[in-house]
Design a protein around this ligand. Sequence first.
Ligand SMILES: Cc1cc2nc3c(=O)[nH]c(=O)nc-3n(C[C@H](O)[C@H](O)[C@H](O)COP(=O)(O)OP(=O)(O)OC[C@H]3O[C@@H](n4cnc5c(N)ncnc54)[C@H](O)[C@@H]3O)c2cc1C
Length: 306
Amino acid sequence: MRNFVGLRAIPEMEYHRPIALEQALKLLSELKEGCKIIAGGTDLVPAARRGRMSSSGHIHIIDISSIKDLDYIIKEDDMIRIGAVTKLSEVGASTVVKEHVPILAEAASQTGSLQVRNLGTIGGNLCNASPAADTAPPLLALDARVNIRGIDKQRLVPLKEFFTGPGETILAPGEILAEVQIPITEPTAGSCFIKLGRRNAFTLSIVSVATLVKVKDGIFDDVRIALGAVAPTPIRASKAEKYLTGKKVSEQVIDDGAKVVTSEVKPISDVRASARYRKDMSYIVTKRALTMCFNGSQVTSFAGKG
Ligand SMILES: Cc1cc2nc3c(=O)[nH]c(=O)nc-3n(C[C@H](O)[C@H](O)[C@H](O)COP(=O)(O)OP(=O)(O)OC[C@H]3O[C@@H](n4cnc5c(N)ncnc54)[C@H](O)[C@@H]3O)c2cc1C
């Protein structure tokens, strides 16, 4: 039987709810084509309602949200490991995350509304591969890796190699993103996450930026800048990072470094903002985020007009 929502028909589908990762991987390997993984469903269900989940064959929904071995936040030595189905609300509230990687806690806390964060998962946020995914810039700046599991193999991939285009990742059929691994790095200056949206809350980013800065003897020692919503995938601004590294810290150098970012972004115009506005704001938010790394403020968000 078909379910009609508004004018769109959600295609016929069979629902599976494995409670262990191995079960989910077995289902994916046996059922092959037509399988669709669902975690919180906050991206997938609206997409299905917009008619973006059509299939010529039978669809098998594999609901991984009840898999307990994918739901955890653990600190192990100098690494934080987060299971893929951990809710964004849990990531945002975690004392471990807040203490060691506050830019991730802030980004998770700013994603959507409370209802969305209580359903949406960190794995879903990454696998949906929106250029505006809020957890991507902090995780890129933190040099995070993702553990990808298949039925008889696993691979550990730097997050910067995970996204291949809007809505596209390196995940092969049958694979599940199982874990996000974040090396703990203490920024000697600071870190900052800024999300610029059309409103202060409940909104997708027009531009987002995460910065992490280490300084030694007044010199930029390690500078990390990652941006969202300004290119087909979330990006690291490697030219700006290179420009700043080794230079003496000053307002002018920060301003010049932030300007370099505009040569690295490739924004589009959409309902939220024009490409030009996004490019201009990439410079503004990067400069602000780098500056805030030096004044003790770890995190912020602000609204701008689109
Ligand atoms: C009202 C509203 C507001 C929103 N606001 C924001 C916002 O401000 N910022 C933002 O970044 N996002 C926002 N979103 C998008 C969404 O809530 C997040 O991206 C969320 O983290 C998605 O997680 P999920 O578990 O619900 O993913 P799902 O919808 O379950 O899945 C998303 C995609 O990822 C795949 N997938 C999920 N988990 C895995 C896994 N472990 N392995 C392999 N594939 C997987 C699914 O097959 C699907 O293609 C919003 C959504 C809504 C409805």
